[in-house]
Design a protein around this ligand. Sequence first.
Ligand code: FES
Length: 104
Amino acid sequence: MKLCSIHDVSEGSSLGIDVEGETTMFVVKKDDNLYIYKNSCPHLGVQLEWQENQFLDMDGVLIQCSTHGALFEIEDGKCISGPCQGDSLTPVPFEIRGDDVYLI
Ligand code: FES
């Protein structure tokens, strides 16, 4: 299944991916690498974004849950601050073919 194009998300920002009308995953681009996680906070299982496509903190350096403010590292999804500290976001396995990103 195609998730998005590598050009859909710009450097230092995030993009929600909708599957059947629900934003079930999101992509972050950092240092030209893509990271994809399930859109589910390990604290309560709720969606993370503040607004559509907004999954990062104000500085754009960490993923932030909008419900209680947990902060996660972009590279490995690990929660470094907040009520689920030590837990991690669930990575989504993907591969890039040409300019497109596919679920594995
Ligand atoms: S639901 Fe995400 S920090 Fe509480």
